[in-house]
Design a protein around this ligand. Sequence first.
Ligand SMILES: [Fe+2]
Length: 411
Amino acid sequence: MSLSTRVLNVRQVTESLCEGLEAEDMTVQPIADVSPIKWHLAHTSWFFEQLVLRPYLPGYPIFNEAYCQLFNSYYKSLGRHWVQGDRGSLSRPSVREIMEYRRHVNKALRKLFEGFDSSSAAAPDSDNGLRHLLELGVQHEEQHQELILMDIKYILSRNPSNPIFHQAPLNESIAPSMNWTSYPEHIATIGADRDRFDFSFDNERPRHKVYVHPFSIRDSLVTNAEFLSFIEDRGYQKPEYWLSLGWDWLNVQSAKHPLYWSCVDGVWSEYTLHGLIPLNPCYPVTHISYFEASAFARWSGTRLPREEELEIYLAATPAGAKDHALHPTDPNRSEGQVWCWTQSAYAAYPGYEEYSGNLREYNGKFMCNQFVLRGGCVATPKGHARSTYRNFFMPEQRWMFSGLRLAKDSR
Ligand SMILES: [Fe+2]
């Protein structure tokens, strides 16, 4: 598929994700991390407008000057931006106006694409060249498609009527494999180079060597049943399992279980995009913070994997077809169920070269106080993630589909 077709397709997919939503669903922001859905619809358009259309389409008319500030996420080099936690205070522009904005941007993109795929503009070029910016626009919009699903889950979960977002039935239970895969001490090569995949972000590069001590990794994700055992063993009440910051977090939050779990008269349930369901013991546990993942690993006598260990494991393990459910159900799949916490701080690889120009702000400036997660989740668009993909979140965050795969040192 040509790049121009991919751009127009990804724009359409974003809108189709929101088809079942009302304008009211798309306007609220219950916590700072969760943006209004209409903000995502506008911000992904702002990205193409500011980074592609303004520099590359002569005479492009900015849709609305006020949007340049309202829908700039955090690019200081592109001017003032609205505060993230205040996105939900904006009743205007309305969803209708934002959809008009999307059509305006799409129309301009189509104009830009006249003769594009066969022209020299379609040749590979620098980070700030047109072809790379369009590719980044696709990848960026896919990242926001995932965020839309994570955010609407949180938004709908606040409603005691447990709204159903996705009507499809969930898969049957699959018993977790309790096998471990062992790797010897060796020097591994991890990361991406520009020519290794069709696309990689700057934070995945360069490909480089790491020294790997002998380790084992479990072939299944940690399940709800296992996590329930931790809870029933009073894991949330025993400080010896928790990092110091984690124990403080637990007490401030009064956390007693993963984010969307609830217990009524001793019966556990879990809110999902498919509605409220009885807690399935075989499904992978999800929506846990780094602190909870770390405490569970310590309780079980294991540890969180390092990011290079997970990359080695994922690169050697077939991912399987994309699951159409919007909830993780198969603990034995290597990818596409839950983003797995690693114990690796999100930091630059040796020889890292961050994007230049405005794109410098895309990844590198977030390399502080965050941990790397690997493997993709049920909300990740098909083909978006790869074994070298580095997602990153703060240790207390858990509204994303985060989960856990265990590792241990081998002798
Ligand atoms: Fe963004």
